[in-house]
Design a protein around this ligand. Structure first.
Ligand code: ATP
Ligand code: MG
Length: 170
């Protein structure tokens, strides 16, 4: 995750179109669980500064988690909402078992997995959210993960409006 993902986003991207493409891909790759995927995008979504491939990866990781850790037959909602200043908020919500609060601060560490039998049985490497965090930072996005055990998990990423100046390393 050092090389490709270090590329700074410079293009102007259509997040709604990328979201629809990723959701279509996930529906095809898992038709059963894919039937529970819902896109909630009632408003026009303004373009943002971003990297298409990185954003696609971020969406795959977040929606993939919601499908994997949610419960079959319960909805996975992917929502896009425009802010007042050209900014955009992405929300991915599931109704799975949730994450105990003591684990939340460490979720975006590489290889960190909640040590439940369920996580172990489902497989994975524990890199998905570390990559999401990295990509969100590259896009000057703000990543927030909230979870209620027994009720589900909600991940939001807030992206700033399209930037006049090319992004620089901070
Ligand atoms: P990988 O994404 O590399 O295949 P992974 O899914 O285990 O593996 P992450 O996506 O980084 O890794 O997630 C880290 C851990 O956080 C998971 O193992 C799981 O325990 C927990 N987790 C992530 N998303 C959810 C979710 N939506 N609901 C419940 N637990 C989650
Ligand atoms: Mg994952």
């Amino acid at each position: 995750i050092e090389s490709d993902k270090d590329r700074l986003p410079t293009a102007t991207i259509d997040l709604a179109a990328i979201t629809r493409t990723v959701v279509d891909e996930l529906r095809r790759s898992d038709p059963d669980r894919g039937a529970d995927l819902e896109i909630d995008c009632a408003h026009a979504i303004p373009p943002i500064t971003g990297d298409r491939a990185q954003m696609s990866q971020l969406l795959h990781n977040l929606v993939g988690n919601a499908m994997k850790y949610g419960r079959a037959g319960t909805p996975v909602t992917v929502r896009l909402e425009p802010g007042d200043a050209g900014d955009v908020t992405l929300t991915v919500a599931d109704r799975g078992d949730g994450i105990p609060p003591e684990h939340l601060p460490r979720l975006t560490e590489r290889f960190y997995r909640v040590d439940s039998g369920r996580s172990r049985a489902l497989g994975g490497t524990g890199l998905g959210l570390a990559i999401v965090k990295h990509i969100a930072e590259r896009h000057r996005g703000r990543l927030v993960i909230t979870s209620a055990p027994g009720e589900g998990t909600t991940v939001t990423v807030h992206f700033p409006a399209v930037q006049a100046d090319p992004p620089t390393l901070s």
